[in-house]
Design a binder for this molecule. Structure first.
Ligand code: ADP
Ligand code: GLC
Length: 480
């Protein structure tokens, strides 16, 4: 039974599934708001309308909404509304800014006017608040919405519309600071009063993530371990001092998984459905996955490693490349799906060329294939250098695909002895030791199935985390 609604939340982000997605942020924005309904929150979401965003049944509800970043630069945006899963999803539409190939850039190059694109998003969200959805809490995510709390505390500080509105800023990845030259400041409609070390200044540049970190009323990140890690120089990207100073308002709330989307019992993208009670469908998923990747049928009895990842330095791509020869020598086969920085895409292509019939790679962004890998692989490898939460290892658990992960951030919080294999040092040797242990376990069929089934029965649904966010919203809105 849902609790009575007592708090209103306006969520603002740069991507949200199924409307737009490059990574886990979209999974969270697509699935947390519906879960919040069960925790007594009425939530609306503001997203950009990209060229690739399909808006079936959308209604234009405000047009034009003029955004004046400064007296010389105004943007007439339209606001579209989609009612989906009982919530209002608002889309900020302005084709010159958002209707481009790629969400943030093309071919690994960011669009040069990203500061304008996301300044307009933040300001348009404040317009949605004013005209369409007033709220108790505005929940911002990552650098793209880092300016919203800055606008509220400067330009709109005395505007009665926003009196009493509180902000929560969630860090999904400190590795993306949103850095721009100082000249970006007036272009975004901000003056020098915020350009100082306790404001948005970062070594002579403007850091949009710092805007969120310094000006929001409360902060959170997506796992308890990452909340601690980012307060250290090793994981802080130069922002650990600020995060330590704000530690009393910094919270770690683990992401949930959307099991209506990621569930082998119902998944429409996989060749055969299965459950912990009957794993026969998983064997078929493996055989078809091997065939799809052109790997030999006899590999069906060998351990198959799956990888689905943005190909970036964060994801431990370097370790995989260093260890590939030894992984193959240990008897593993590997399928990898990913896209990202061109040099890492090339690295994976060269691994496939070097180990034909053993390592197969698809450089693409392909959601159904991501599901087929989760279902068809035996192990899922995530040797991340840092991992704020990580969702793929959580999905892997549900698919009976045993995770092998580096013990960092959310990977450390979600995988335990008995459901997966962890290593601590960021070295190829440490990773290979974990893979060695996994191979030993795989050789004992009964032990392996027991481990896979334990993972399948773990519960990382949103229920507990949505309740934790709801409690935090109430606390910052001074409602409890
Ligand atoms: P991150 O957000 O850092 O990329 P997560 O593990 O939190 O990492 O989430 C990644 C999400 O993006 C998952 O839903 C995963 O399936 C998806 N994903 C990543 N790369 C691809 C790809 N190349 N094709 C399809 N889906 C992908
Ligand atoms: C980021 C992180 C990832 C996290 C996701 C959703 O992209 O890299 O670890 O799961 O955001 O919070």
């Amino acid at each position: 039974m849902p609790e009575p609604t007592d708090i209103r939340v306006l969520m603002v982000a740069s991507e949200g599934a199924p409307f737009s997605k490059t990574g886990g942020l979209a999974d969270v924005i697509g699935s947390l708001p519906p879960a919040l309904a069960g925790a007594g929150c009425q939530t609306a979401v503001v997203l950009p309308r990209y060229g690739s965003t399909a808006l079936e049944g959308a209604r234009r509800v405000f047009d034009p909404l003029w955004i004046w970043l400064n007296p010389f630069n105004g943007f007439p945006v339209s606001i579209w509304l989609v009612e989906d899963r009982g919530l209002s999803w608002y889309f900020v539409d302005h084709p010159p800014l958002y209707d481009r190939p790629g969400l943030y850039g093309i071919d690994g190059e960011d669009f040069p006017d990203n500061h304008i694109r996301f300044a307009v998003l933040s300001r348009a969200a404040l317009g949605v608040f004013r005209h369409l959805f007033p709220a108790d809490v505005i929940h911002c995510h990552d650098w793209q919405t880092g300016l919203l709390p800055v606008y509220l505390r400067t330009r709109f500080a005395l505007d009665p519309t926003y009196m009493g509105a509180r902000t929560l800023f969630t860090v999904h990845n400190l590795g993306y600071p949103g850095l721009f030259p100082r000249q970006a400041l007036p272009e975004m409609g901000l003056d020098d009063s915020v350009f100082h070390p306790d404001g948005v200044e970062f070594f002579g540049k403007v850091s949009l993530i710092k805007g969120g970190l310094a000006y929001a009323d409360a902060l959170s990140t997506v796992s308890p371990t990452y909340a601690r890690e980012i307060q250290t120089p090793e994981f802080g990207f130069g922002l650990d001092g600020l995060l330590r100073a704000r530690a009393s308002v910094l919270h770690g709330i683990l992401n949930g998984a959307d099991y209506s989307e990621w569930n082998p019992e119902t998944d429409p993208h996989i060749p055969a459905n299965y459950s912990a009670a009957d794993l026969s469908g998983k064997e078929r998923c493996k055989r078809e996955l091997l065939a799809e990747f052109g790997l030999p049928a006899e590999a069906a009895s060998a351990p198959l490693i799956g990888i689905v990842s943005r190909f970036t330095a964060q994801k431990g791509t370097g370790l995989i490349a260093q260890a590939a020869g030894r992984i193959v020598a240990m008897g593993f086969y590997m399928v990898a799906l990913g896209a990202g920085q061109p040099e890492y895409e090339e690295l994976f292509r060269s691994l496939a060329a070097e180990y034909p019939g053993r390592i197969a790679v698809r450089v693409a962004y392909d959601n159904p294939l991501a599901h087929r890998i989760e279902a068809g692989a035996d192990l899922f490898l995530m040797p991340s250098r840092w991992e704020p939460c990580g969702l793929n290892q959580i999905y892997s658990l549900r698919y009976g695909t045993v995770p092998v992960v580096r013990a960092t951030g959310g990977l450390d919080d979600t995988i335990k002895e008995g459901t997966g294999f962890k290593f601590r040092e960021y070295t190829a040797d440490a990773m290979l030791a974990a893979l060695h242990a996994a191979r030993e376990a795989f050789a004992d069929r009964e032990r392996w199935v027991a481990m896979a089934c334990r993972g399948m029965l773990e519960d990382f649904s949103w229920r507990a985390s949505a309740a934790a966010y709801a409690a935090l919203y109430r606390r910052i809105a001074a409602r409890s």
